[in-house]
Ligand binder design. Sequence first.
Ligand code: PEP
Ligand code: MG
Length: 325
Amino acid sequence: RAAFASLRNELPVTKDGHRVTVMVNAGLRDDVAALDLTGADGIGLFRTEFQFLISSTLPARERQQRLYRDVLETAGERPVIFRTVDIGGDKALPYLSKDEDEENPAMGWRALRLALERPGLMKAQARALLEAAAGRTLNVMFPMVSEPWEFDEARALFEAQRAWLIRRGKMMPAAIRYGAMLEVPALAEQLDLLLPKLDFLSVGTNDLTQFLFAADRANPKLAERYDWLSAAILRFLRRLVEPCRAAGVQLGVCGEMGGRTLEAMALIGLGIDRLSITPAAVGPVKAMVRSLDRAALIAKMEGLLAAPPRDMRAVLTAWATEQGV
Ligand code: PEP
Ligand code: MG
Protein backbone atom coordinates (compact mmCIF):
# COMPACT_ATOMS: atom_id res chain seq x y z
CA ARG A 1 0.00 0.00 0.00
CA ALA A 2 2.81 2.39 0.89
CA ALA A 3 4.51 1.48 -2.38
CA PHE A 4 1.37 2.41 -4.28
CA ALA A 5 0.94 5.68 -2.38
CA SER A 6 4.29 6.81 -3.75
CA LEU A 7 2.78 6.52 -7.23
CA ARG A 8 0.31 9.28 -6.47
CA ASN A 9 2.34 11.85 -8.36
CA GLU A 10 3.49 9.51 -11.13
CA LEU A 11 1.55 9.45 -14.39
CA PRO A 12 0.15 6.24 -15.84
CA VAL A 13 2.38 6.12 -18.91
CA THR A 14 3.47 2.82 -20.48
CA LYS A 15 7.15 2.00 -21.04
CA ASP A 16 6.66 2.79 -24.72
CA GLY A 17 5.29 6.24 -23.89
CA HIS A 18 1.52 5.81 -24.12
CA ARG A 19 -0.57 7.80 -21.65
CA VAL A 20 -3.49 5.95 -20.08
CA THR A 21 -6.26 7.88 -18.31
CA VAL A 22 -7.06 6.48 -14.87
CA MET A 23 -10.10 7.94 -13.17
CA VAL A 24 -12.08 6.88 -10.12
CA ASN A 25 -15.65 5.81 -9.48
CA ALA A 26 -17.46 7.75 -6.76
CA GLY A 27 -20.92 8.34 -5.43
CA LEU A 28 -20.79 10.38 -2.26
CA ARG A 29 -19.27 13.70 -1.32
CA ASP A 30 -16.52 12.09 0.74
CA ASP A 31 -15.46 9.80 -2.11
CA VAL A 32 -14.07 12.82 -3.94
CA ALA A 33 -11.13 12.95 -1.53
CA ALA A 34 -9.88 9.88 -3.40
CA LEU A 35 -8.79 12.19 -6.21
CA ASP A 36 -6.01 13.74 -4.14
CA LEU A 37 -5.16 10.51 -2.34
CA THR A 38 -4.63 8.55 -5.54
CA GLY A 39 -3.62 11.23 -8.03
CA ALA A 40 -6.36 10.02 -10.39
CA ASP A 41 -7.21 11.99 -13.54
CA GLY A 42 -10.80 12.69 -12.54
CA ILE A 43 -14.08 10.98 -11.70
CA GLY A 44 -15.13 8.78 -14.60
CA LEU A 45 -18.36 7.65 -12.96
CA PHE A 46 -20.21 9.60 -10.30
CA ARG A 47 -23.16 7.42 -9.32
CA THR A 48 -25.75 10.10 -8.52
CA GLU A 49 -28.28 7.56 -7.26
CA PHE A 50 -26.28 7.09 -4.05
CA GLN A 51 -27.71 10.33 -2.69
CA PHE A 52 -31.19 9.02 -3.45
CA LEU A 53 -30.51 5.60 -1.95
CA ILE A 54 -29.30 6.92 1.40
CA SER A 55 -32.15 9.41 1.73
CA SER A 56 -35.55 8.61 3.20
CA THR A 57 -37.26 11.14 0.96
CA LEU A 58 -36.66 12.26 -2.60
CA PRO A 59 -33.68 14.68 -2.44
CA ALA A 60 -34.90 18.15 -3.40
CA ARG A 61 -33.28 19.84 -6.37
CA GLU A 62 -31.40 22.26 -4.09
CA ARG A 63 -29.87 19.38 -2.19
CA GLN A 64 -28.80 17.65 -5.38
CA GLN A 65 -27.32 20.87 -6.68
CA ARG A 66 -25.34 21.42 -3.49
CA LEU A 67 -23.81 17.97 -3.75
CA TYR A 68 -22.88 18.39 -7.42
CA ARG A 69 -21.35 21.80 -6.78
CA ASP A 70 -19.30 20.49 -3.86
CA VAL A 71 -18.04 17.61 -5.97
CA LEU A 72 -17.07 19.92 -8.84
CA GLU A 73 -15.35 22.35 -6.50
CA THR A 74 -13.29 19.62 -4.89
CA ALA A 75 -12.42 18.15 -8.28
CA GLY A 76 -11.23 21.56 -9.52
CA GLU A 77 -9.74 21.22 -12.98
CA ARG A 78 -10.24 17.46 -13.08
CA PRO A 79 -13.27 16.25 -15.04
CA VAL A 80 -16.26 14.66 -13.34
CA ILE A 81 -18.70 12.49 -15.29
CA PHE A 82 -22.11 12.55 -13.64
CA ARG A 83 -24.28 9.56 -14.38
CA THR A 84 -27.98 10.36 -14.17
CA VAL A 85 -29.85 8.26 -11.64
CA ASP A 86 -29.73 4.52 -12.08
CA ILE A 87 -32.59 3.59 -9.78
CA GLY A 88 -35.43 1.16 -10.00
CA GLY A 89 -34.83 -2.53 -10.50
CA ASP A 90 -32.86 -3.82 -7.54
CA LYS A 91 -32.03 -0.28 -6.35
CA ALA A 92 -35.60 0.34 -5.26
CA LEU A 93 -36.55 3.53 -3.46
CA PRO A 94 -39.24 3.40 -0.80
CA TYR A 95 -40.60 6.79 -1.85
CA LEU A 96 -40.82 5.91 -5.53
CA SER A 97 -43.84 3.77 -6.14
CA LYS A 98 -44.03 1.25 -8.88
CA ASP A 99 -47.09 -0.54 -10.04
CA GLU A 100 -45.93 -4.10 -9.64
CA ASP A 101 -43.08 -6.23 -8.39
CA GLU A 102 -40.65 -7.28 -11.04
CA GLU A 103 -39.41 -10.78 -11.52
CA ASN A 104 -36.13 -9.66 -13.11
CA PRO A 105 -35.40 -6.22 -11.69
CA ALA A 106 -31.95 -5.92 -13.30
CA MET A 107 -33.65 -6.23 -16.65
CA GLY A 108 -36.61 -4.25 -15.51
CA TRP A 109 -37.92 -0.76 -15.18
CA ARG A 110 -34.74 1.01 -14.12
CA ALA A 111 -32.30 3.76 -14.97
CA LEU A 112 -33.08 5.65 -18.16
CA ARG A 113 -36.18 3.54 -18.81
CA LEU A 114 -37.73 4.82 -15.62
CA ALA A 115 -36.30 8.33 -16.02
CA LEU A 116 -37.85 8.86 -19.45
CA GLU A 117 -41.26 7.76 -18.21
CA ARG A 118 -41.09 9.80 -15.02
CA PRO A 119 -39.44 12.87 -16.53
CA GLY A 120 -40.07 15.01 -13.44
CA LEU A 121 -37.23 13.23 -11.68
CA MET A 122 -34.72 13.74 -14.46
CA LYS A 123 -35.82 17.32 -15.11
CA ALA A 124 -35.01 18.22 -11.51
CA GLN A 125 -31.69 16.44 -11.76
CA ALA A 126 -30.89 18.16 -15.06
CA ARG A 127 -31.52 21.58 -13.55
CA ALA A 128 -29.41 20.74 -10.53
CA LEU A 129 -26.51 19.59 -12.69
CA LEU A 130 -26.76 22.50 -15.14
CA GLU A 131 -26.75 25.11 -12.39
CA ALA A 132 -24.05 23.36 -10.38
CA ALA A 133 -21.70 23.35 -13.39
CA ALA A 134 -22.25 27.04 -14.26
CA GLY A 135 -19.23 28.39 -16.09
CA ARG A 136 -17.50 25.05 -16.53
CA THR A 137 -17.81 21.85 -18.53
CA LEU A 138 -20.62 19.52 -17.54
CA ASN A 139 -20.16 15.84 -18.41
CA VAL A 140 -23.44 13.90 -18.31
CA MET A 141 -23.85 10.20 -18.94
CA PHE A 142 -27.02 8.16 -19.28
CA PRO A 143 -27.23 4.61 -17.86
CA MET A 144 -28.76 1.53 -19.51
CA VAL A 145 -29.21 3.10 -22.94
CA SER A 146 -30.59 0.32 -25.16
CA GLU A 147 -31.66 2.24 -28.25
CA PRO A 148 -30.25 5.42 -29.82
CA TRP A 149 -33.61 7.18 -29.50
CA GLU A 150 -33.41 6.83 -25.71
CA PHE A 151 -30.19 8.81 -25.77
CA ASP A 152 -31.85 11.42 -28.02
CA GLU A 153 -34.75 11.82 -25.62
CA ALA A 154 -32.52 12.13 -22.58
CA ARG A 155 -30.33 14.70 -24.27
CA ALA A 156 -33.36 16.65 -25.48
CA LEU A 157 -34.67 16.72 -21.93
CA PHE A 158 -31.40 18.26 -20.74
CA GLU A 159 -31.36 20.79 -23.59
CA ALA A 160 -34.94 21.81 -22.84
CA GLN A 161 -34.04 22.41 -19.20
CA ARG A 162 -31.02 24.41 -20.29
CA ALA A 163 -33.22 26.65 -22.47
CA TRP A 164 -35.68 27.04 -19.60
CA LEU A 165 -32.93 28.09 -17.18
CA ILE A 166 -31.41 30.51 -19.69
CA ARG A 167 -34.79 32.24 -20.05
CA ARG A 168 -34.69 32.74 -16.31
CA GLY A 169 -31.30 34.37 -16.51
CA LYS A 170 -29.34 31.50 -14.95
CA MET A 171 -25.69 31.07 -15.73
CA MET A 172 -25.10 27.80 -17.59
CA PRO A 173 -22.13 25.47 -18.15
CA ALA A 174 -19.54 26.71 -20.64
CA ALA A 175 -19.92 23.37 -22.44
CA ILE A 176 -21.92 20.19 -22.05
CA ARG A 177 -20.55 16.81 -23.09
CA TYR A 178 -23.07 14.00 -23.41
CA GLY A 179 -22.23 10.33 -23.14
CA ALA A 180 -23.92 6.97 -22.95
CA MET A 181 -23.13 3.91 -20.95
CA LEU A 182 -22.84 0.74 -22.94
CA GLU A 183 -24.35 -1.91 -20.67
CA VAL A 184 -26.99 -3.43 -22.90
CA PRO A 185 -25.54 -5.53 -25.72
CA ALA A 186 -28.29 -4.44 -28.14
CA LEU A 187 -26.85 -0.93 -28.18
CA ALA A 188 -23.62 -2.20 -29.72
CA GLU A 189 -25.60 -3.40 -32.72
CA GLN A 190 -26.54 0.21 -33.48
CA LEU A 191 -23.20 1.74 -32.66
CA ASP A 192 -22.84 3.42 -36.06
CA LEU A 193 -26.13 5.22 -35.50
CA LEU A 194 -25.32 6.19 -31.94
CA LEU A 195 -21.72 7.38 -32.20
CA PRO A 196 -22.35 10.57 -34.23
CA LYS A 197 -24.52 11.78 -31.34
CA LEU A 198 -22.00 11.16 -28.56
CA ASP A 199 -19.02 12.84 -26.99
CA PHE A 200 -18.05 9.74 -25.06
CA LEU A 201 -19.03 6.13 -24.51
CA SER A 202 -18.39 4.35 -21.22
CA VAL A 203 -18.74 0.59 -20.95
CA GLY A 204 -20.38 -0.65 -17.76
CA THR A 205 -18.86 -4.10 -17.68
CA ASN A 206 -20.82 -5.16 -14.57
CA ASP A 207 -24.16 -5.02 -16.30
CA LEU A 208 -22.78 -5.77 -19.74
CA THR A 209 -21.28 -9.06 -18.55
CA GLN A 210 -24.45 -10.23 -16.92
CA PHE A 211 -26.42 -9.49 -20.06
CA LEU A 212 -23.87 -10.96 -22.45
CA PHE A 213 -23.68 -14.22 -20.54
CA ALA A 214 -27.27 -14.16 -19.29
CA ALA A 215 -25.78 -14.55 -15.81
CA ASP A 216 -27.11 -12.58 -12.83
CA ARG A 217 -24.25 -10.46 -11.45
CA ALA A 218 -25.63 -10.87 -7.91
CA ASN A 219 -25.91 -14.65 -7.96
CA PRO A 220 -22.95 -16.20 -6.08
CA LYS A 221 -23.48 -19.53 -7.81
CA LEU A 222 -22.44 -17.92 -11.08
CA ALA A 223 -19.71 -15.63 -9.76
CA GLU A 224 -16.83 -17.90 -10.75
CA ARG A 225 -18.27 -19.22 -13.93
CA TYR A 226 -17.93 -16.40 -16.43
CA ASP A 227 -14.63 -14.65 -16.43
CA TRP A 228 -14.13 -11.04 -17.54
CA LEU A 229 -11.10 -12.39 -19.30
CA SER A 230 -13.16 -14.54 -21.60
CA ALA A 231 -12.90 -14.39 -25.35
CA ALA A 232 -16.56 -13.41 -25.64
CA ILE A 233 -16.18 -10.27 -23.54
CA LEU A 234 -12.81 -9.27 -24.89
CA ARG A 235 -13.92 -9.71 -28.49
CA PHE A 236 -17.09 -7.77 -27.82
CA LEU A 237 -15.10 -4.89 -26.35
CA ARG A 238 -12.53 -4.94 -29.13
CA ARG A 239 -15.26 -4.35 -31.70
CA LEU A 240 -16.03 -1.00 -30.08
CA VAL A 241 -12.53 0.42 -30.35
CA GLU A 242 -12.13 1.24 -34.04
CA PRO A 243 -15.61 2.73 -34.61
CA CYS A 244 -15.18 5.00 -31.57
CA ARG A 245 -11.75 6.11 -32.73
CA ALA A 246 -13.03 6.81 -36.25
CA ALA A 247 -15.98 8.82 -34.88
CA GLY A 248 -13.80 10.77 -32.43
CA VAL A 249 -15.75 9.42 -29.46
CA GLN A 250 -13.82 8.81 -26.24
CA LEU A 251 -14.17 5.19 -25.21
CA GLY A 252 -13.68 4.07 -21.62
CA VAL A 253 -14.59 1.33 -19.20
CA CYS A 254 -16.15 2.17 -15.83
CA GLY A 255 -17.17 -1.28 -14.57
CA GLU A 256 -15.31 -3.17 -11.87
CA MET A 257 -13.39 -5.09 -14.53
CA GLY A 258 -11.03 -2.14 -15.06
CA GLY A 259 -10.03 -2.15 -11.40
CA ARG A 260 -8.51 -5.62 -11.54
CA THR A 261 -4.90 -5.38 -12.64
CA LEU A 262 -4.85 -8.22 -15.16
CA GLU A 263 -8.21 -7.20 -16.62
CA ALA A 264 -7.03 -3.58 -16.90
CA MET A 265 -3.97 -4.82 -18.76
CA ALA A 266 -6.16 -6.77 -21.18
CA LEU A 267 -8.32 -3.68 -21.80
CA ILE A 268 -5.24 -1.63 -22.64
CA GLY A 269 -4.23 -4.44 -24.97
CA LEU A 270 -7.52 -3.98 -26.81
CA GLY A 271 -6.79 -0.28 -27.27
CA ILE A 272 -9.01 1.00 -24.47
CA ASP A 273 -7.06 3.80 -22.81
CA ARG A 274 -9.56 5.24 -20.34
CA LEU A 275 -10.43 3.43 -17.15
CA SER A 276 -12.59 4.54 -14.26
CA ILE A 277 -12.01 2.30 -11.29
CA THR A 278 -12.40 1.88 -7.58
CA PRO A 279 -9.93 4.19 -5.75
CA ALA A 280 -8.05 1.34 -4.06
CA ALA A 281 -7.12 0.00 -7.50
CA VAL A 282 -5.51 3.19 -8.83
CA GLY A 283 -2.05 2.48 -7.37
CA PRO A 284 -1.84 -1.13 -8.59
CA VAL A 285 -3.18 -0.20 -12.03
CA LYS A 286 -0.73 2.70 -12.37
CA ALA A 287 2.14 0.39 -11.42
CA MET A 288 0.99 -2.12 -14.05
CA VAL A 289 0.71 0.56 -16.74
CA ARG A 290 4.18 1.90 -16.00
CA SER A 291 5.73 -1.54 -16.42
CA LEU A 292 3.93 -2.29 -19.68
CA ASP A 293 5.18 -2.49 -23.26
CA ARG A 294 1.86 -1.57 -24.89
CA ALA A 295 2.84 -2.44 -28.44
CA ALA A 296 3.92 -5.93 -27.40
CA LEU A 297 0.70 -6.37 -25.44
CA ILE A 298 -1.48 -5.31 -28.38
CA ALA A 299 0.28 -7.85 -30.61
CA LYS A 300 -0.17 -10.53 -27.96
CA MET A 301 -3.89 -9.78 -27.54
CA GLU A 302 -4.46 -9.91 -31.28
CA GLY A 303 -3.05 -13.42 -31.40
CA LEU A 304 -5.03 -14.52 -28.35
CA LEU A 305 -8.32 -13.23 -29.69
CA ALA A 306 -7.76 -14.83 -33.09
CA ALA A 307 -7.34 -18.25 -31.49
CA PRO A 308 -8.55 -17.96 -27.91
CA PRO A 309 -7.11 -20.36 -25.36
CA ARG A 310 -9.65 -21.93 -23.05
CA ASP A 311 -7.94 -20.36 -20.04
CA MET A 312 -7.24 -16.81 -21.18
CA ARG A 313 -6.49 -15.77 -17.61
CA ALA A 314 -3.68 -18.28 -17.22
CA VAL A 315 -2.11 -17.29 -20.53
CA LEU A 316 -2.26 -13.57 -19.75
CA THR A 317 -0.87 -14.14 -16.27
CA ALA A 318 2.05 -16.07 -17.72
CA TRP A 319 2.69 -13.36 -20.32
CA ALA A 320 2.62 -10.61 -17.66
CA THR A 321 5.10 -12.52 -15.50
CA GLU A 322 7.41 -13.16 -18.43
CA GLN A 323 7.30 -9.45 -19.36
CA GLY A 324 7.93 -8.31 -15.80
CA VAL A 325 4.55 -6.56 -15.58
C1 PEP B 1 -21.74 -1.24 -14.62
O1 PEP B 1 -22.84 -1.77 -14.81
O2 PEP B 1 -20.67 -1.75 -14.99
C2 PEP B 1 -21.65 0.08 -13.94
C3 PEP B 1 -20.52 0.75 -13.89
O3 PEP B 1 -22.78 0.55 -13.34
P1 PEP B 1 -23.33 -0.04 -11.95
O4 PEP B 1 -22.28 -0.96 -11.40
O5 PEP B 1 -23.60 1.14 -11.07
O6 PEP B 1 -24.55 -0.74 -12.40
MG1 MG C 1 -24.64 -0.65 -14.53
